[in-house]
Design a protein around this ligand. Sequence first.
Ligand SMILES: Cc1ncc(COP(=O)(O)O)c(C=O)c1O
Length: 407
Amino acid sequence: MLSSGRLAAEVLAELDERRQNDPDVHGHRLFGLVYPTGRKDIEALIGEVYERFLFSNALNPRRFTELAKIEQEVISTAADLVHRAPGDKPAGTMTSGGTESILMSMLTNRERARSRGIEHPQVLAPESAHPAYAKAAHYFGMDYASIPLDDDYRADVGAARSLVNERTCVIVASAYSYPHGIVDPVVDLAGLAAGHGAGCHVDACIGGFVLPFLEMLGRPVPPWDFRVDGVTEISMDLHKYGYVPKGASVILHRDDDWFSHQVFFYDQWGSGLYGTPAIAGARTAAPIVAAWAVGQYLGVEGYLEIVADLCATTDRVRQGIEAIDGLQIVGDPIGPLLALKSDQVDLYSVADVMDDRGWYLNRNTKPYGLHFMLSPIHGQVVGQFLDDLAYAVAHHGPSKGKQARYS
Ligand SMILES: Cc1ncc(COP(=O)(O)O)c(C=O)c1O
């Protein structure tokens, strides 16, 4: 209920108190959901940007023309990183996040299929694909089929071959997947898709601002971007490993003309022609401009430095985990995301002890175990984290029955 009005200081004091009930987004204890760098310089820049663009609206590119240009520059930068050939028309659009990017791609793929006379298209996605693909199939009236994973937790190409059919409008590949941090066999899946006239969406929502820099650092990265024939769309989130606040993702199309499939126009309205490139109407400008500003500020060198540090942290965590009896890393993850399994200890019980010590680890169901995404800030607490994990493995009791829930 609205009060009769309060002092600003009082309002802020209450908010300061209430946010203590949630995890510290600048802290070391969360693994995923937020991606803290621990860099005050980056956060100060973002704060300045937000102050300047607090109320701007990216809905109307004809009114906010400069904002529209800034957005295009972010899209071009992302497109360069994933080796999209420059075109004449927009390569894609910015969206509010990975889910919206995926929704727009699935809509595009549905429309492409419809233009080929396919009435009831099917989305084919690995079991490890993000639920946003199932959500898109649900929203847009498409069938959804899951590709089982092979022993390395990658989409099983043989199984994909037996599932693909004349109604398949898109095959999904993750680069890399959320549950296991593994890159799917993009070359095989994209080839399979192209052979059936289908699209191939590569979900680089978490990997998009990691894999290009890993490659530049000389780490082995399997082919996954627009250099792979048959890849038609790529989604990449700036609000994850791009280190921008929530509300910033990019969906890119290989072909200049495909973007138009996701644009909605309505010309029967009393206030004139209405058009939007994605689901949102009014769009908050600050994350768009923050994406531009962080990119300008860090540049290639800045991102490389962060990714190199992140690799060093991940290597230390991996080695520490491998030294704890009973713990195994799931598959061979490529980036700063590790899933754990065990045939000796109940990892949900281990997670209970870690919960008690204030670490927010995620629980995985397939395989049964734990999951965490490392951010730059975790470099400061590797020793403490590994000590607590070793303690939890050695001293856990029976599981408290807490289930795996992402949201
Ligand atoms: C691989 C992958 N794709 C898509 C998404 C969805 O992104 P968002 O939560 O920004 O909608 C996520 C979120 O974690 C993800 O990990």
